[in-house]
Ligand binder design. Structure first.
Ligand code: AGP
Length: 520
């Protein structure tokens, strides 16, 4: 039976309602008929039921949101309340713009900056009621009025879009704590030590995985491969898409290709996906842009939910890719009965703590990056060294430096130094070493002694309390095993950023580069 009598509010929602399934079942039992399987529609029905009960839209919104777990930024209208909009936020941004004879609700200031500079900032758990001539703010819990004063924004549109940061790249580096939290929302059941990717619920565990990607996304794949093999025991190879697409790869029905792409439009990666499918593999897309070609060409798509990445140099997108690759390894490991609650509990607990740990560390990291950028701004070439999970980071650190500061840099497996590159080392050829407190630390330490013996200068990114005696020790907070990566990656990004900014380069739009390489 369809509830035609129910008033039907319209809802716009950013975020993830983690308990939407149980709410949906309850609403279905109450006779609600759903047109979609989105969490947003569950909110709409919940509000509609409340509205039918007492006709007060504000009360209906507040009570519906009080039952929602997870994150939301919502705006709600209803035919029975013309000219009125209610908005509310929890862990997802929402701001109120106060105009002349008009008021606005938006996720970010630039949306209404052309119309007003008067902004009211809402906090989590607060809701607002606006109409053309007035606005009020209340608490969601209890509808208690909250005193708010509009703030006048002096930024111009570009600055507003950068959220007060000098460059999009810097803003996006500093968004990484929230990106990790957004990637985890609705995907981790910490109480059961479970990582669940709903997108792959009925998707069989691959017998073999072929990761296909380019640039930074390729580096993410090299990193994820190590966890997919060690935690989920899935034979995994990582392919540079522009090479893979012209090879004659052996793939069959048990194979799965995982295409990693921030833009979802990279021509080589799309070609790699098509080739994999022609050879009989299923294809999963891991991408950031909703509705992109990768997301439409793949059999399954996992969105990285990093938000728009404007800067050509990819930063927060990589952070989100690594987060999801770690969850994927746990997800498949659990499906194979390998990563049980005990094994998954530590990384999942560590992941939950990461946003706060990184948030606290970023300002100090930036300061350290600034200092070192001034020491090394004359360098004409840099060697980046790492082992294990830090080898992909070495490649990524080198790529970041190259693409925005135009200084030549080479990422290398630290163990490979003695097979040739050590011949390059001299006092004018510095080394950036990734030497966290992990099982390969002693090996990296001895590699660095070889570099020092040849007069090479060294920046060593490590954890507190390690016994490295190099020119510049850079300490990042310690995290569990692979989670160290989430503290080291921003340091690499910030070092490249501060070098490029100090050298006066166009950080967000480096010469010769495009944000998405849609041609070969
Ligand atoms: C990364 O900083 C570069 N902009 C570039 O290497 C990029 O990662 C590569 O072009 C792949 O893009 P995609 O993730 O959108 O496929």
């Amino acid at each position: 039976m369809r509830h035609h009598s129910l008033p039907r509010p319209a809802v716009v929602h950013n975020g993830i309602i983690e308990n939407y399934q149980e709410l949906r079942e309850e609403l279905a039992r109450a006779g609600c008929v759903f047109a979609s399987d989105t969490d947003t529609e569950v909110l709409a029905h919940l509000i509609g039921l409340g509205l039918a009960g007492h006709g007060d839209l504000g009360r209906a919104v507040a009570s519906a949101l009080s039952r929602a777990e997870g994150s939301y930024a919502v705006a709600v209208v209803s035919l029975d309340n013309p000219g009125v909009v209610y908005g509310a936020r929890k862990l997802s941004p929402l701001v109120l713009g106060v105009g002349q004879g008009e008021n606005f609700l938006a996720s970010d200031i630039p949306a209404f900056l052309p119309y007003t500079r008067e902004v009211v900032f809402l906090e989590d758990g607060e809701m607002a009621r606006i109409d053309a001539g007035s606005w009020q703010v209340f608490t969601v819990a209890g509808l208690a009025p909250v005193e708010k004063k509009p703030v006048r924004i002096a930024w111009d549109i570009q600055a507003a879009q950068k959220g007060g940061f000098k460059h999009f790249m810097l803003k996006e580096i500093f968004e990484q704590p929230r990106v990790i939290a957004d990637c985890l929302a609705g995907r981790v059941d910490a109480s059961r030590g479970l990582a669940t990717l709903r997108e792959l619920d009925d998707f069989p565990v691959p017998e073999r995985l072929t990761i296909v990607a380019c640039g930074t996304s390729y580096h993410s794949g090299l990193w994820g491969m190590q966890l997919l093999e060690s935690w989920a025991k899935i034979p995994t190879r990582v392919e540079i898409a522009s090479e893979f697409r012209y090879r004659d790869p052996i793939l069959g029905p048990g194979d799965v290709a995982l295409a990693i792409s921030q833009s979802g439009e990279t021509a080589d990666t799309l070609a790699g996906m098509r080739l994999a499918r022609e050879r009989g593999a299923k294809v999963i897309g891991l991408c950031n842009v909703v509705g992109s070609t990768v997301s439409r060409d793949a059999d399954r798509v996992i969105y990285t939910q990093a938000g728009p990445e404007i800067s050509v140099a990819s930063t927060k997108a990589m952070c989100s890719q690594l987060t999801l690759l770690l969850l994927l390894a746990l997800h498949f490991g659990h499906k194979k009965g390998l990563a049980g609650e005990r094994e998954a509990a530590v990384p999942l607990a560590g992941l939950q703590d990461l946003p706060a740990l990184l948030e606290a560390a970023l300002p100090g990291m930036r300061q350290r990056a600034k200092e070192l950028a001034r020491v090394y701004s004359e360098a004409r070439s840099f060697l980046y060294l790492g082992r294990g999970l830090n080898y992909p980071l070495a490649l990524e650190g080198a790529l970041k430096l190259k693409e925005i500061s135009y200084i030549h840099a080479e990422g290398y497996a630290a163990g490979e130094m003695k097979h040739g590159p050590i011949a390059l080392v001299d006092p004018k050829f510095p080394t950036f070493a990734l030497a966290p407190d992990d099982e390969l630390y002693p090996k990296v330490k001895s590699n660095l002694q070889e570099v020092q013996a040849r007069g090479g200068k060294i920046i060593a990114l490590t954890n507190p309390g390690m016994d490295l005696r190099v020119d510049h020790v850079w300490e990042a907070p310690r995290a569990f095993g692979p989670l160290n990566t989430f503290l080291m990656l921003p340091a690499l990004q910030l070092f490249a950023y501060e070098m490029a900014d100090y050298l006066g380069k166009d950080v967000d739009q480096p010469r010769n580069l495009a944000k998405s390489v849609t041609v070969e």
